[in-house]
Design a protein around this ligand. Structure first.
Ligand SMILES: [Zn+2]
Length: 329
């Protein structure tokens, strides 16, 4: 049994407990540190994160995967501090974000091989000089999947094939999972160690069955983000996958932050929508980072039960399935 690499070192697969496969301690958007308004204090973020870890631990969560990409303010030392103070297993990632927001210039002019070399260096020697090693490879693609995305994706696939580390992906608007699976398969990556993520917004549940049929996990991993998709849609997607016989290939998470570093809202407000947004903004902030990470247990799981999804199958989505993803057993 291969141990899982956490920010405090390797952990045996049977110690993972319930796993939240896609959450965040802190996200910072590129350039937000230049805003004269400044970042919220680091100590405050640690305190919030430690409290959040205690809250999910009460529901049996022992592992919190934070696939924050390199270019969204990834801070492995912050994660180590939170892990030490809370006792939570925290897993961090190597890998760039998608080209609409991420992939810094220098890496746009590098080859896929050079991207793989960077990821493998972090995996083998640690991130920068922190000595902290990533336990997953993050892949993100835009909608539509762009040329820089494809190159970085190819590099990530090489690094995954070489290292054997699991892969967690971001599909903007739930699009591009097929492109990701193609690239991973072409590089010889075991698709059973890949989570094709952010599938919540798919309009057709058939795309989920296709992902699972090819042998990867389907991430319904933006639970609670009703500003993007209503919860009822997520419930339908999950029930559809379970009814089709793919309950073993679903992972649940929330993509919810403990803190947002950006002092102002980090996404553009469409012209003419300013007034509407003013009303939505508090709701958006609550759903992005405001409420406890235990929301999944207190508010969403009861909806799955009401919809008739078997509790044992749901339990596997939070234990056995993510353990197979992370540890391969
Ligand atoms: Zn995320």
């Amino acid at each position: 049994m291969a141990p899982v690499q956490t920010v405090l070192g390797p952990v045996e697969p049977d110690a993972l407990g319930k796993v939240l496969v896609h959450e965040h301690v802190r996200i910072a958007y590129p350039g937000d540190h230049l805003d004269p308004a400044g970042h919220p204090p680091r100590d405050e973020c640690v305190a919030v994160a430690v409290e959040r870890m205690h809250q999910v631990a009460e529901h049996g969560v022992k592992t919190f995967v934070d696939p924050c990409p390199i270019d969204l303010g990834r801070d492995p030392e912050l994660l180590a501090e939170v892990a030490e103070a809370s006792g939570m297993n925290i897993v961090c990632a190597t890998g760039f974000y998608h080209e609409e927001i991420g992939i810094p210039w220098y890496w746009r002019v590098r080859s896929a091989e050079e991207v793989a070399e960077l990821y493998l260096h972090e995996i083998q020697h640690g991130i920068g000089n922190t000595g902290i090693r990533p336990g997953v490879i993050k892949i993100a693609t835009a909608d539509p999947v762009g040329d820089h995305d494809r190159k970085v994706l190819a590099g990530a696939a090489m690094a995954a094939a070489e290292s054997g580390l699991p892969v967690i992906t971001h599909c903007e608007n739930s699009v591009g999972g097929d492109v990701q699976q193609d690239a991973l398969a072409a590089a010889g990556v075991d698709l059973a160690r890949c989570l094709i993520g952010h599938q919540d917004h798919a309009t057709d549940s058939g795309q989920h069955v296709e992902i699972a049929q090819r042998g990867s996990f389907v991430g319904i991993d933006r639970i609670g983000l009703e500003i993007l998709t209503p919860e009822a849609t997520r419930v339908d997607h999950i029930r559809h996958l379970v009814d089709a016989g793919y309950g073993d290939w679903v992972c649940l998470s929330q993509d919810h932050m403990c803190c947002l570093a950006s002092p102002k809202f980090p996404y553009p407000i469409p012209e003419g929508m300013e007034e509407v947004f003013e009303q939505i903004e508090p709701v958006a902030r609550e759903q992005m980072y405001g409420r406890a990470h235990s929301y999944l247990f207190t508010d969403f799981l009861p909806r799955l039960a009401e919809a008739g999804v078997d509790g044992a199958v749901v339990d596997a989505m939070l234990t056995d399935n993510p353990r197979r993803l992370l540890a391969g057993v």
